[in-house]
Design a protein around this ligand. Structure first.
Ligand SMILES: Nc1ncnc2c1ncn2[C@@H]1O[C@H](COP(=O)(O)OP(=O)(O)OP(=O)(O)O)[C@@H](O)[C@H]1O
Ligand SMILES: [Mg+2]
Length: 352
């Protein structure tokens, strides 16, 4: 009589609540000891109550008696085992991002100021400066990174590392991109309830195999709500830049954005303001500047809030067109492309 033979007998015991799989297959058999005229089988049960536990033990006893006959004594013992940890997104913490040196949030007090445009171009510009860069599109309601980078239609794959599934980011223009938009069909509206949205967000940052990065930029959703606070805390954002337009009316929004990072529960540095659409330059008159939203608004805001003005980006048609056709302006050697590269340099200096 061998343990293998006993194991074969035990395969006749099925667990009716677990797709009727047998107890060997389910990994419930913890031990088979064969002595002189005796067999001891140990079954493991999870700590939580299994309503079929008695039934399984009884069926195992019956099976052993039936096969071993009268001459051999059999015994079934029970042990309690820890349920194996379930592999879900929740086990991914900011510790999984150890290979990322700096996680920087790109935020704004209000929507539509060009935050995503700045985030994408800043990422490309940092890559042009030779840094390893990733960008996570944390705007789960209105992801715009796929269009702005011409990566619509990318369907991410999972990669198993040490028993955990990670999402593989897409690499283009020297930057690794990740967006919830890669998981949705084109034109499909994304509807999330609060907790789902923040979970999706965390997964989109923490469950991605970014590999070694110098900078991971997070294009934060517009506004300054709860979702932002948990994002900053759980993802481990190191600091932020705030994007604004020059109007005086925007000051209150910018203040909200800056103050969010100054909350006691967050307390992260704001590296500075980026003034977007600082002036308008027509395509056919590249040397002219029209301060249609007022002059030096960004500089005044920055000094009022006590943060540096990192840079000013003009309102030019090509930035919008490049956003629409997926070839970020920062790739070009036009003045607006250069402005983004200079901005990236300033940011690096400020962070360090
Ligand atoms: N400097 C600029 N010059 C020209 N167009 C710009 C500039 N900045 C942004 N835009 C255009 O303005 C529009 C809004 O920009 P974007 O989507 O980046 O804003 P956002 O702040 O991310 O918006 P949301 O709050 O919806 O996420 C886009 O069409 C973009 O191409
Ligand atoms: Mg956006």
């Amino acid at each position: 009589m061998t343990a293998e033979e006993i194991k074969e007998y035990l395969r006749e015991v099925h667990h009716p609540a677990k797709e009727d799989r047998d107890i060997v297959d389910l990994g419930m058999v913890q031990g088979i000891e064969i002595g002189d005229g005796s067999v001891v089988v140990t079954l493991g049960f999870p700590k939580q109550r299994d309503p079929l536990r008695k039934y399984i033990v009884g069926a195992t006893r019956a099976t052993l008696i039936r096969h071993l006959g009268n001459g051999i004594k059999s015994e079934v013992r029970e042990v309690e085992i820890e349920a194996p940890a379930r592999k879900t997104g929740t086990e991914f913490t900011k510790e999984t991002l150890l290979s990322v040196k700096h996680i920087i949030g790109i935020a704004s007090g209000k929507g539509g100021v060009g935050k995503s445009t700045v985030a994408v171009n800043l990422a490309v510009a940092l890559a042009r400066l030779g840094y390893k860069v990733g960008l996570a599109d944390a705007d789960v309601y209105g992801p715009s990174i796929p269009v702005m980078t011409g990566t619509e239609g990318y369907r991410p794959e999972a990669e198993n590392i040490n028993g955990k599934d990670y999402i593989v980011p897409l690499e283009k223009y020297g930057v690794k991109w990740m967006s919830i938009g890669y998981f949705a069909e084109k034109g499909q509206a994304l509807v999330w309830r609060g907790p789902m949205a923040s979970n999706a967000l965390k997964q989109l940052v923490l469950q991605v195999n970014w590999g070694p990065l110098d900078y991971l930029l997070i294009d934060m959703p517009p506004g300054t709500g709860d979702i932002h606070i948990s994002l900053v805390q759980e993802i481990g954002i190191e600091g932020a830049v705030i994007v604004t337009t020059p109007q005086t009316v925007a000051l209150a929004d910018v203040e909200k954005g800056v103050n969010m990072f100054r909350l006691e529960s967050i307390a992260k540095p704001v590296y500075g303001l980026i003034e977007n659409m600082a002036w308008f330059t027509p395509e056919e008159h590249p040397d002219e500047k029209y301060y249609i939203f007022g002059r030096d608004g960004g500089a005044k805001m920055a000094s009022a809030l006590g943060v540096p003005l990192l840079g000013r980006i003009p309102l030019v048609q090509s930035i919008r067109e490049n956003g629409d056709d997926g070839t970020p302006a920062a790739l070009s050697s036009r003045p607006d492309g250069v402005a983004f590269v200079e901005l990236a340099g300033k940011l690096v200096k400020q962070i360090n």
